[in-house]
Write a protein that binds this ligand. Structure first.
Ligand code: FA5
Length: 332
């Protein structure tokens, strides 16, 4: 038995792969292996019980020794570095870090500007009731102003909000007066897209309610926000507008920063871009928001955040923002 043990040990020393180890293992422990033959070739017929017992013990000991050595060798082979080690001198794979979407960048900017001016920044649901999106805003069922905002109606009777104004009455009821709040978010309109219209775009609504609020306050705040966001002098114009929930209503347009008023696809050749409708809050809306209209007045604005991002980054087509095109997004 000692010869078998020494021979196995010698052969094991030359093994350098799992396949070779597997072969050696079956050569010794397999069905017709060396150990099997050793057992069957040993004639114990004339041996005493004591001798048979001694043989059995030694045989078992040899077998477990061989099994143990095979297992140990297996562990060593698994730890052995592969013949094809990692080349530490190769250049690494560059990972492109994520970045904020240009709309998020503009939204962050706006939020910080408004926070610094004492506004609360609030959120709001994208699926809304007819009441919040229209009826509470002095726009009842049969009001023609509903046609200005083509609506995605949902099977559950609700709608995808067409305007962040859907948050006006909810906010007035929740926070009361005096109040200074903005609520940026996504809006949805069932309309054909073009260079300046998307079916999914962002607005940022603003509400200010206090005693003695006038149009002068409204204009001052609008100017402050716009010049802070563009970080330069921009040309704006104010013209009369119409929204059932503000009276009087205005449209504040910005001179196109892409063509400087000359006319380009980004402003549909108008030289101006409709950006910031606004006005003094209608008494009906104040009443719906449980605000004492005798004591308080206020103004509201609905900034076109996606259009503002177009102007800020000089993007000639609004559809690029939602395109998911990395060649576009990686520029920001
Ligand atoms: C409104 O949505 C009113 N809720 C705004 C408002 C709020 C008025 C508070 C008065 C007081 P309007 O539909 O014009 O208004 O949209 C506001 C702004 O959102 C527009 O000036 C424009 O910049 C942007 N906007 C509107 N429709 C789209 C569209 N399809 N794609 C991209 N931007 C749009």
């Amino acid at each position: 038995m000692e010869t078998v043990y020494l021979e196995f040990k010698k052969q094991l020393a030359t093994v350098d792969s799992s396949t070779a180890l597997e072969n050696l293992k079956s050569q010794y422990l397999g069905r017709n292996g060396v150990l099997k033959k050793l057992k069957s070739n040993t004639d114990l017929k004339t041996s005493t019980t004591e001798e048979k017992r001694a043989f059995g013990l030694m045989f078992n000991e040899l077998k477990s020794q061989i099994q143990l050595m095979v297992e140990e060798k297996q562990v060593i082979l698994e730890q052995k570095p592969s013949s094809n080690p990692i080349d530490l001198t190769l250049p690494g794979i560059k990972k492109a870090p994520g970045r904020l979407h240009p709309i998020s960048q503009v939204q962050d900017d706006l939020e910080n500007i408004c926070l610094s001016m004492g506004f609360k920044v609030l959120g709001g649901a994208e699926m809304e009731t007819d009441y919040n999106n229209f009826a509470s805003l002095n726009t009842p069922d049969d009001h023609p102003a509903r046609d200005m905002q083509d609506t995605f109606w949902l099977n559950n009777g609700k709608l995808l909000r067409t305007q962040t104004s859907a948050n006006q009455v909810q906010t007035l009821r929740r926070y009361g007066a005096p109040l200074r709040a903005v609520f940026p978010g996504k809006c949805f309109r069932y309309e054909t897209t073009d260079a300046t219209h998307e079916n999914t775009f962002y607005q940022m609504e603003g509400l200010v309610v206090d005693e003695n609020i006038s149009i002068a306050n409204l204009i001052a705040v609008m100017k402050e926000i716009i010049s802070a966001v563009f970080k330069r002098e921009v040309t704006v114009r104010l013209r009369p507008g119409y929204f059932p929930f503000v009276e009087p209503a205005f449209e504040l347009d910005i001179q196109c920063l892409i063509c400087h008023g000359q006319g380009c696809p980004g402003c549909k050749k108008a030289g101006w871009l409709e950006l910031l409708p606004c006005g003094l809050i209608h008494p009906v809306v104040l009443k719906n928001g449980n605000i004492d209209g005798e004591k308080y007045t206020g103004f509201a604005f609905g900034l076109g955040l996606t259009r503002l991002a177009m102007m800020k980054f000089q993007i000639p087509d609004i559809r690029l923002f939602n395109s998911g095109d990395f060649r576009f997004l990686e520029q920001f």
